[in-house]
Design a protein around this ligand. Sequence first.
Ligand code: C5P
Length: 222
Amino acid sequence: VSGLVVAMDGPSGSGKSSASRGVARALGLRYLDTGAMYRAVTWWMLRRDVDVADAAAVAALAGEPVLALSTDPDAPGITVDGVDVSGPIRGAEVTGSVSAVSAVPEVRTRLVDLQRQIIAESLPGGGIVVEGRDIGTVVAPDAPVKVFLTASAEARAHRRTAELTGTSVEAQRAAMARRDTLDSTRATDPLAKAADAVELDTTPLDLDEVIAEVLRLVKERS
Ligand code: C5P
């Protein structure tokens, strides 16, 4: 089976989502937002009144939520137990709790399995662009193209503030720093650049330039 996997990792606000969708569109590939999966499980846990700080409680229920995703880069979306949660998973409540849930090994094992399944199913159709924190290191270590996106804390906070309403750059900077520290220091599959990933600092680049650079890497490496 031939098919391309493009791994796109990096911290929040590095421009991963827009760039990943743009690259998928340009190449006619599927698109998988693994962050949405961790967010959907978190939404489900909060809905069930699970204390997300209680790792044992989260682990015990990790197998319960049933996820279904669209991998269309023009219409990404996700349901849990049949409920469309594409909007609610972007809210402050889920964003504030997702790092605790994604640190639980039982949650990761289950979602990594599902991610590998989705990737395998995409290969006959040409392949997939996968964005997350551990794609190049854990989920798809054999991906021929691995990009690690970064941006200055300033640029990331500005971008995220522009996407949201009712928040300040300062509040965003603090919230993102907190989430990045949790994601980078957890014991299981932390946010990390794979040894063979190409680091791309998006601070001085606009979206089209980031997409063009990733497309150049794809041409070079696949
Ligand atoms: O990318 P996004 O901000 O939607 O990711 C939400 C959270 O999901 C991250 O802060 C991280 O805790 C978790 N995540 C992860 N592994 C991934 C993708 C996301 O742990 N591959």
